[in-house]
Each structure stands twice: as structure tokens, then as C-alpha cells.
Design a protein around this ligand. Structure first.
Ligand code: PGA
Length: 256
């Protein structure tokens, strides 16, 4: 089975909509059509930028797929300040990050919350990128594999067979996010392989199909070796996604 790699730029709470337009245009100049032949590329701007970025992608016929960073699990209702997956889908969003560690830790999202968001994203014909990852303390205590397994099982618990196959899981060790410290290639590969086995144990055949990204201080200098690992099918990129040249070089990891 060949899994198409997925490189995703998570802009977090950066870029107003003017800056977002500039960034996506610069990315468009930095990448040629053939750069998208073997990889899928998503950009995940803040909610307020999505419509502007969508317009640029459409007008310039860019190959980027549009993503969001979060959504609510309900389709509409009295949830002040929240954004519904149906609203995202109407704006041609096709991938939604759910359960990012910043959401889990700063906004107290549980595996149950993440599971219902993943179901809601699929219900609108979009694909969730479900994030999992251990803290430094959990790793030092030797609990990393167990913690990640619990997150995978809990966060994917509501999904059907074909959804487990088309899913994206992002393994992001919390201690590697925004710190400049990347997991070693062996640690990243080892955990992504473990995640694949856990998904396979939930649904026969899904382990082989599921795409697993690594995230946490991915940059042009380490993308190629990470992406060469058997069980790493892509990267979820934060800081380096805010610089068009760096992100373009990560997308072109196969050419380095
Ligand atoms: P980073 O962030 O690349 O800045 O470490 C990754 C992420 O949080 O998705």
C-alpha cells in the first residue's frame, strides 16, 4: 500500500488576514506544480483568515488543500465563540486538526472531546488530523507509549472502519513542539510504528492505510530524515510553516 505523504502547516494564532494572503502567495511562488505530484500539502490558517486564503487558492489555482486548526463538535447552536465543522466545510476546508496538545493542555480538551470532534469532522466530509503525544515528564517516567496508546484509542473511539483507514494521526511529543528540540529519528519512527499497530488492533487493515505525521520542531534540515522513516507519512509543521521558504523546502524534502 502506498500512502501519499501529507505535509501540513499549522499557523496557530499567527497572521492576520492580510499577512495570511501574502504568506500563501509567497508559498505559491516558492513551489511548482510538480512539487505537489507526490505529496499532499495543507495550510491551516486561523479561522479569520480562511476565507481570504481560500479565495487566493481558488483564484490562482494553487494546489494547497485548506485546513483548520480546530472546530466544535456540534453543527450549530448556542456555543458562543465556537466554529462549526459545517461552516468550515462550506469554505472548502478539507482537513481539520483536532486534539492538538495546545488544545488539550491550555483548553482542557479530553480524549472524549477529541473523539466527538473527529466524528463531527467526518460527518461534514472532511478529514481529521488527530494529534497525540506525551509530555516530557511522561516520557521520563517511561510512560510515553502507554499514554499515546490511550490517546489514540480514546480519540479514535467513535470512528468507523473506512474512517480509521482514511484518517491522519499526528504524533507530536509535547516537549518537541516549538522548542527546537526534535525527537530522534528512532524515537519518532518507534512511536509512529506503535501508533500504526494500535490502529491495526482497532480495525484490521486500517494500520496499513492510516497516515501518520510527525510534528515537533520539523524544519528543512530534519524533514528528509524524518520522512524517510517507514512509518512516518508526513509532517505537521508549526514555526517553520510561517516562513514561506522554510515551508516550501520541507514540502520539497524529497529533493534535498
Ligand atoms: P513546531 O509546532 O513545528 O513549531 O514545533 C508543531 C505543532 O505544534 O504542530
Amino acid at each position: 500500500m502506498t500512502r501519499v505523504p501529507l505535509i501540513s502547516g499549522n499557523w496557530k494564532m499567527n497572521m492576520n488576514h492580510f499577512e495570511a494572503i501574502q504568506l500563501v502567495q509567497k508559498l505559491g511562488y516558492a513551489l511548482a506544480k510538480h512539487d505537489f505530484e507526490k505529496v499532499n500539502v495543507t495550510v491551516h490558517p486561523p479561522f479569520t483568515d480562511i476565507r481570504s486564503v481560500q479565495t487566493v487558492i481558488d483564484a490562482d489555482r494553487m494546489k494547497f488543500l485548506l485546513g483548520a486548526q480546530n472546530c466544535h463538535s456540534e453543527i450549530s447552536g448556542a456555543f458562543t465563540g465556537e466554529v462549526s465543522p459545517a461552516m468550515l466545510s462550506k469554505m472548502a476546508v478539507s482537513y481539520v486538526i483536532v486534539g492538538h496538545s495546545e488544545r488539550r493542555h491550555l483548553f482542557s480538551e479530553t480524549n472524549e472531546d477529541v473523539a466527538s470532534k473527529a466524528v463531527a469532522v467526518y460527518a461534514q466530509d472532511m478529514t481529521p488530523i488527530v494529534c497525540v503525544g506525551e509530555t516530557l515528564e511522561q516520557r521520563e517516567n517511561g510512560n510515553a507509549r502507554e499514554i499515546v496508546e490511550t490517546q489514540v484509542r480514546g480519540s479514535l473511539s467513535g470512528l468507523k472502519k473506512n474512517q480509521l483507514e482514511s484518517l491522519v494521526v499526528a504524533y507530536e511529543p509535547v516537549w518537541a513542539i516549538g522548542t527546537g528540540v526534535t525527537a530522534s529519528v528512532d524515537d519518532a519512527q518507534g512511536m509512529c510504528s506503535h501508533i500504526r499497530h494500535v490502529v491495526e488492533s482497532m480495525q484490521t487493515g486500517a494500520g496499513e492505510a492510516v497516515r501518520i505525521q510527525y510534528g515537533g520542531s520539523v524544519k528543512p534540515s530534519n524533514a528528509t530524515e524524518l520522512m524517510a522513516c517507514d512509518d512516518i507519512d508526513g509532517a505537521l509543521v508549526g514555526g517553520a510553516a510561517l516562513d514561506s521558504e522554510s515551508f516550501a523546502r520541507i514540502v520539497m524534502y524529497q529533493e534535498s
